[in-house]
Each structure stands twice: as structure tokens, then as C-alpha cells.
Design a protein around this ligand. Sequence first.
Ligand code: SAM
Length: 291
Amino acid sequence: MHLGNPTNTLAIINKYGFAFQKKFGQNFLIDSNVVEKIVRKADVTKEDFVLEIGPGIGTMTQILCENAREVAAVEIDKNLIPILRDTLSEYNNVTVINEDILKVDINALAREKNQGKPIKVVANLPYYITTPIIMGLFESHVPIDSITIMVQKEVADRMQVGPGTKDYGALSLAVQYYAQPEIILNVPASCFMPRPNVDSAVIKLTRHEKNPVEVQDEKLMFQIIRASFNQRRKTLANGLNNSSEIHLSKDVIEKAIIRLCGNPSIRGEALTLQQFADLSNIISDIMKNEK
Ligand code: SAM
């Protein structure tokens, strides 16, 4: 029995007397068209191992099991585990892991289940952990093919935009450094039970085979990016000067910015990813020469 409709979802909720927990961001999908489109757009095939984060009652997990070779579904809420045992009982290619995804060693999981080859991640997540999960997956160098993820509409927009727009920020740059973002579906609040207060979108992040810019020191580039957007209204030079993460003299900062673009009062929000990479490489060079 597929769950992707209000009647079947309610039947399961009532059968187990399940109480939705706000702290886990529990809004379950009740629209089978949306579920099927996500799985289709994620390009899940019988070759794939898929990691699903936050399966809920298993609505999308069922469709993933029907399309993938193997699925691992990580769910934090122990009250959902007996429900998942029931709703996924027809499938023998799924492992449910009762754990907080932020504590799971995903590298080890990819090694065990997919011989360390790139995995596909599919998730309809609580919005408050979207950014740490995405950044954690990329920064810990988990082998990733793609992440297809439901997020708040505004967050999806933020991931896609470039300089000159109000949504452009550290998340846009981080996502675009690691992956090609593409919004594949807008999902209205009416597709969930209970209904959330915001509209959602599904975004697919396809991992770049090769990073689009060359950076000598990735950590420094991301420190520079964070410092520039922490103080959006300030110039890039002031942002970098005031950062607690970066310890560079005013003189080095100004020299580097002038070498980058000739304009000492440019703001960070005007810089492209390539320019942030160039700036961090210039600063790395200046620091090497000063040693
Ligand atoms: N995928 C289901 C669906 O589409 O109907 C449920 C989506 S619901 C928005 C988010 C799910 O993530 C919930 O089942 C919640 O319990 C689970 N969750 C929340 N925080 C989590 C965490 N840190 N690790 C794993 N699962 C989590």
C-alpha cells in the first residue's frame, strides 16, 4: 500500500497513535505525484545505493525501494521505527537506521553499502538542519553523486543565485563550489500533513566532477566568504578586518583586494566565486612571501 495520499497517511498515523513532533520538523508528504517526481528527478536506478535522510512514515522510502538497488533510511524519531517496519515490510532492500543523521558516519556507510562509490542522497528534511547537513556532506568529502532535497523555497533560491541579488550569500557560494544546483519542483504547503507555514522547493545538487575554481587553501577561502557576508553592509576590507576567524593585517587585506580588482571599497556581495578563489590565492601568496 503506497502512502502518498491523505487517506493512507491518516490511517497509519491513527493505527499507531503517532503524535507529530515539532522539534523534528515532521511534515509528511501526502502527494504521490510529488514523491514520484522527486525520485524520478533524482535519477534513481537499480544500480544505485540511496541514502534517505528523515524517512518519516516511509512515504518516499517505498518509491525509492522500488527504484533503487538498496536504500538506507536514517530516522531520528524512535516512535517512527515500528511504523517504518510495517510500511516497508514488502521491501527487502532497505535498512532503517534509528539515529541522528549528524552523528552517522556516512563515509563508512558509503564504503559498506556502495564500496565507497558516489552515493545518491534524497531527503525531505526539517528546515533547521538543511544547511549543516548539506555542508557536512560536502565538507567531509563523502563520495556524493547528487543530493536531491526538499528545502524552504527561499533557501532553494539562495543556493542558485549569483552576485547582485539579495539572496546571494555564503550558502550560494559553498553549494556552487561543490555542485551544480537546479530547482526541479516547487511544492505548495498543501502537499504536506500537517501543513507547514512556508512553501517548499526541491533542489538537486549534482556534485561537480572537478571543482569549478582552483583554490590553494579551501579553508581560507571559506573563512573569507563567511567574513564578507557576516557584515553585508560593510566593505570587503572591513568585513575581513573584523573577522574573528581571519588574522591578517589591514595592510595585507588592502594589498590583496587592490590586486584582485583595483577597488579597495568593493563589497563582498559583488564578488563571484572565481573572485573569492582568486582573492584567497592572492592572500595565500602574500602570506607565503612574508614568511
Ligand atoms: N520523508 C518524509 C516525508 O517526506 O513524508 C518525512 C519528512 S519530515 C519533513 C522530516 C523527517 O526527518 C521526520 O521524519 C523527522 O523525524 C526526521 N528527522 C528530523 N531530524 C532528523 C535528524 N537529525 N536525523 C534524522 N532524521 C531526522
